[in-house]
Design a binder for this molecule. Sequence first.
Ligand SMILES: Cc1cc2nc3c(=O)[nH]c(=O)nc-3n(C[C@H](O)[C@H](O)[C@H](O)COP(=O)(O)O)c2cc1C
Length: 206
Amino acid sequence: MNLLPNGNEVGILYMGDARECCCAYMAEAETTGNTQVEGYVSYTLPHHMNNTLIVYYSLFQNTVNLALKIAIQTGGTIRELVPDKNYSFDYNTAAKEVRNQIARGFCPILISGSESIEDYRTVFIGTPNWFKTLAPPVMSFLRQHDFTGKTIIPFCTHGGGGFCQIENDIARECSKSTILPGITVNGTVSSEEIANWLEIIGYELS
Ligand SMILES: Cc1cc2nc3c(=O)[nH]c(=O)nc-3n(C[C@H](O)[C@H](O)[C@H](O)COP(=O)(O)O)c2cc1C
């Protein structure tokens, strides 16, 4: 759920195909702590907006929050990557697992998210920065698909390192694509910042 400037809270309940979205809002959630859903809004986006896919992996929710903000502004379809074995929520345990996988170039099996990308011309690819590179489930996705002729836009959340090698890693795996400059977020990002970035990179609905 995201707080709106007026203190209300809004969240996407359903966004499998962003052409059919359903949002709920809680009136004055910020000031009153209200968690009661006051109403639902559902809307259908025009069909031509559906050529954008927003793919992400997220363990601690930062990257999914960024993915949702991008989806709201682009009207794209959002897709979560789910590996067959999830990582521990304990940092030290996760760090050990991840270091080991990255060192081996291990790409986990995806139990969700590996469906065809044929219908999409623009693909936003989001990952947390894990030891300066992509989370392994994102590498699994990149290795499973042919991105020839598509426009790829990276995004990442991090703890201070920014993209590090992530943009280069994506460019290497998508060598026959147009790669636009991505966005990195450490903490929160406003809708205006997302909108400015999309304008600067020349993102267009395709
Ligand atoms: C195993 C692991 C390794 C990480 N390595 C880095 C790193 O090298 N550089 C960095 O800036 N942040 C690093 N972080 C911090 C994450 O990139 C950051 O918390 C990110 O927003 C998490 O995204 P998520 O909430 O979508 O999982 C690491 C976090 C974890 C769990």
